[in-house]
Design a protein. Structure first.
Length: 61
C-alpha cells in the first residue's frame, strides 16, 4: 500500500514537469479577461433581474 502511494506521487511529479505553465503576462491578461467578462455578465444579469421584477410586479397588481 505504501509503495502504491509513493508510486502515485512519483507519477504526479513526472506529469507536473510536462505541464506548460503560463507566463506572468499571459496569466495577468487571462485574469483581466475573466474579470471583465464577469463584470459584463453580472451587469447584464442584474439589469435583466431588475426589468423582470418590474414586469412581474406590474402583472401581479
Amino acid at each position: 500500500m505504501i509503495q502504491k502511494i509513493k508510486n502515485f506521487f512519483s507519477e504526479v511529479r513526472t506529469e507536473m514537469q510536462k505541464v506548460t505553465w503560463p507566463t506572468r503576462e499571459e496569466l495577468v491578461g487571462s485574469t483581466g479577461v475573466v474579470l471583465m467578462l464577469m463584470f459584463i455578465l453580472s451587469t447584464f444579469i442584474g439589469a435583466a433581474d431588475f426589468v423582470l421584477s418590474i414586469l412581474v410586479r406590474g402583472l401581479l397588481r
